[in-house]
Structures are given as structure tokens and as C-alpha cells.
Design a protein around this ligand. Sequence first.
Ligand code: SF4
Ligand code: SF4
Length: 263
Amino acid sequence: MSNIYYKRINSQTSVEEIQKLSKELLTTLIEKENITLQKTIPLKVHFGEKGNTTFIKSANYLGIIDFLKERAIASSYMETSVLYGGQRFKSDVHLQTALAHGFNQLPIIFADGEQGEEYVEVSINQKHFKSCKIGSKFLDYQQLIVISHFKGHQLAGFGGAIKQLSMGHASKGGKLAMHMGIKPHIINRKCVQCYACQKRCNEAAITIGKKSFIDHDKCVGCGACVSACPEKAISIFTLEGIVNGLLKGNDFREKIVEYAYAA
Ligand code: SF4
Ligand code: SF4
């Protein structure tokens, strides 16, 4: 069982106070747990969706960044891309979102590459997963500071630290694997038959034509085609998938926990 150290804050707590408290908290944690700090420790963060305010604002990280600077520890912000379309789908637009939200104090590293395709299979041998697809650049470091925000998820319920470890560290294929083994499908009305997805698919699972489709017997759910499609014509969300997800919510939560373990 891990020890938990905490400081109380609320909506009235100033940014300066949060910076001070976070430094104190880290100091206490490191002393009490007798942790030897490495020379480089990235911060695993969440940059927030464009137009969304429900993320930890960058100013709140300054205490932690100061803490590291005072000890001459190099750092960076680390994040992974998401499964769905939008401004966090690929590293180039994700970077713009991060900078627009004020995350300019440290270099930014996307742990799962440009499109969520870079991962390492981490062996865990658990109930749902023998191995998990974790963003490969996370493995360059021996220590991370993982900063999580409280959130809700349609299938997982409330999420925080465990979800940030699991979804937050998984490559696109890993995120796909957690989503109930939902395999992507092509939305034909959006498909312009450019073949970009087919070129990316190592399993030869994609047929492009008047009625493009993915052969789910061949598809391994790596998620590469989802990123490759310039038209956002490949989706993981089907009615069947959502119903299955709701019916098997416990499985989904267990999968999240297994990925957190892998991370
Ligand atoms: S998820 Fe991966 S294996 Fe499945 S169709 Fe897409 S690229 Fe191919
Ligand atoms: S990448 Fe998208 S638009 Fe191009 S063929 Fe595949 S599904 Fe169609």
C-alpha cells in the first residue's frame, strides 16, 4: 500500500499558494519516502482540449518546475495523443493547443510519436492484457511526476490519477485496446478513397472502394489508421461498441487499472 501525502486547497486558493504548497508537498514526499531524484524528471500532464477550461492551468505547475530547477533537474512536459479527432489528435496540433494554453515553460515531448504510433509492449500478464502498448518515450526515463486532474468518463466513471497513468501513458493502439476491444470502422460518407489508412495498416485489414471497410478478423486494433485518415472517416465509436461498453463497464475499468499497472 502506498502512502498518500496531501495539502488542502480549494477554489479560493491562489496560484501563488498552490505553487508554494506543491513545492512543500514534493519536499515532504521525497524526504519521507527517501527518494533519490534522477537528473531528468519529466512531468506527465494534460494540456486541455481547445476551448475547454477543465485542465490544470500551467501557472499551477510553476512550484513543481521551481522545485526541479533548484535541484538542477532537467524536465519537460510529456503527453500522448488522443483517439478521437480534434486538437489533441496529432502532435503538431496538440503542440499548438499546449502553447495556446500557456505550457511554454518546458520542452514538450509527445511520448507516443507524431500520431500515437510509437509504443513499447510492456509485458504484464494480467486478466485482460498480456502486454500493454505504452508510449515509447516514457521508457527513456526512470522517474516521472504524474499530474492528474479529476474528470468524468462515460464508461469509467470518475477518473484521476489511475486514468492519467493508464489512458495518459497508452499509445493510440493502447487506448483503443482499453476501449472494450472496439475496432475501428470506416464512415463511408466521409471517405474520399485516398488509401492513406490502407498504407498504414500492417495487417492488410482495410479494403477501399465504393464501400470501404475494415476486416475485424484481421484488425489488431493498433489505431494507426485512425490517425492516418485526413478526413476523420475512421471512427472507434459504434452504437454496438458503446452499448457493449456500458454493459461491460467493469471490464473497461479493469483494463484501465491494468494499463496503469503497466505504466
Ligand atoms: S486499427 Fe490497425 S490493424 Fe486495425 S485496420 Fe487500423 S491500422 Fe489496420
Ligand atoms: S484514409 Fe480515410 S479517406 Fe482515405 S481511404 Fe482511408 S478512410 Fe478513406
